[in-house]
Design a protein around this ligand. Structure first.
Ligand SMILES: [Zn+2]
Length: 427
């Protein structure tokens, strides 16, 4: 399989966390996994391939191992499904100065200027009243570039040169839908999902670029795409799980929404979704032993896979001099003395050993001592589950841009190490 093309297709299919989860579910279905409902009674046996979705935007998928979790621990991979973007406001219709606009608020730490002058659309889900009176949701992804955030002409912006670009999200980043007589967004959405406009009760919609992901650079190994943070890691994790064999240990991939805004939700990494699912898996496989959960988690390892900062050729000073990951040079192990990353010698050692199993070289990252450190779901999940955790990720540039950059050379090595992690016998 051409992994680069497959990743580009995956990213294109995931303009919102809801779409990313639907695409992961589709790929899992193709590989013989079946969906479990959180409200149903579960039963599990060795070799079973299952996945669970919470609120449409987070997913836990797993393959049951041949031995009990208390004997082997769990092999976990954690990722997130959301990316910085703009979220549409509940009363979205804005009309002024002869234009129809769409009210939005920033979601996550976005690089706002990268969203200017791009051909944008909307994706997400819509809640509507179905004929029998039930509140139903439907995914929507408008294919046409219905939105645009125009920049201000330099002729009207004399202070730009002295002051640089300062964007007020309330004032300067309101997308234009058309001229005042253009149809309201609600009418466009209603037509897209085939319901009357007055049946729409609400929406979770985000902006997305319409330019398709592409391979670039003189050797065609540049990955130019939106949402590589963190759909590239979701892709690698799901690929590793799909292609792994049934092993001794139960293999779990978790993909959470809301990482970019602090993970605080029922389906986010601070919520109970993974803990609830892990408790059910251990309870079903290890019987009624009240100590089973603690015993199993004490043997488990979580690889938290989120993208890493490659050194930027125009800003090399922004990296610590001995820790400058390169694009195309393999997975990055992230450390931080302040625990913004969960890795320690033991968990990082686990990942490096698995990389050696897979014949893959790893790189290392710490942030400069005079810069703040980003974070991931790693420390949150380690705190919540009490499981040893290593933070890793493939290197990239332009993180949190509307259009990011990574390298196709890094896809297969990361998948190989994640496979070695899932396949590893008792920790
Ligand atoms: Zn991320």
């Amino acid at each position: 399989m051409d992994l680069a093309q497959d990743l580009l297709r995956f990213v294109a299919a995931g303009p919102s966390p809801y779409h990313a989860v639907a695409e992961m579910a589709r790929r899992l279905d193709d590989a013989g996994f079946t969906q479990l409902d959180e409200t149903a009674q579960w039963s599990l046996a060795a070799g079973d391939r299952r996945y669970v979705v919470r609120d449409g935007s987070s997913l836990v998928a797993f393959r049951v191992g041949t031995r009990a979790p208390t004997d082997t621990g769990l092999r976990l991979i954690g990722t997130h499904t959301d990316s910085p973007t703009f979220k549409v406001r509940p009363r979205e219709d804005v009309r002024r100065h002869g234009y129809a606009q769409v009210g939005v608020e920033p979601y996550g730490g976005l690089l706002a200027h990268t969203w200017l002058d791009r051909d944008l659309t909307l994706a997400g889900r819509i809640a509507f009243l179905a004929e029998e009176g039930a509140v139903t949701t439907s995914l929507v992804h408008l294919r046409d570039p219905v939105l645009r955030i125009p920049s201000l002409a330099i002729h009207l912006f004399r202070e730009l040169r002295e002051e640089g670009l300062k964007l007020d999200p309330q004032q300067h980043l309101v997308p234009v839908l058309g001229l005042a007589q253009a149809p309201a967004l609600r009418e466009v959405l209603a037509e897209a999902i085939g319901v009357p406009a007055d049946a729409i009760l609400g929406h979770d919609l985000v902006t997305a670029d319409t330019q398709p992901p592409a391979l670039g650079g003189s050797d065609g190994t540049g990955l130019y795409a939106p949402r590589l943070d963190n759909l590239a890691s979701c892709h690698a994790a799901i690929h590793a799980l799909r292609t792994a064999e049934t092993g001794q240990a139960t293999q779990i991939v978790t993909a959470h929404d809301h990482e970019e805004v602090g993970s605080g939700s029922a389906e986010g990494a601070r919520g109970s979704f993974l803990a609830d699912t892990v408790a059910r898996i251990i309870g079903l496989l290890d019987g009624v032993d009240p100590q089973a959960r603690a015993r199993a988690l004490a043997r488990s390892v979580l690889v938290s896979a989120d993208m890493a900062h490659a050194v930027h050729p125009n800003y090399p000073d922004r990296h610590e001099s001995e820790h400058r990951p390169q694009l195309g040079a393999g997975p990055v192990v992230k450390r931080n003395a302040g625990q913004s990353y969960a890795s320690d010698a033991r968990s990082a050692g686990w990942f490096i050993a698995r990389a050696r199993d897979a014949d893959v070289d790893v790189q290392h990252f710490v942030v400069r001592a005079d810069l703040p450190c980003g974070s991931t779901i790693g420390p949150l999940t380690a705190t919540r589950l009490g499981v040893q955790t290593v933070d890793v990720g493939n290197p990239m540039l332009s993180m949190h841009s509307c259009r990011e950059q990574a390298s196709a050379l890094d896809i297969a090595p990361m998948i190989a190490v994640l496979r070695a992690h899932l396949d590893a016998p008792a920790a």
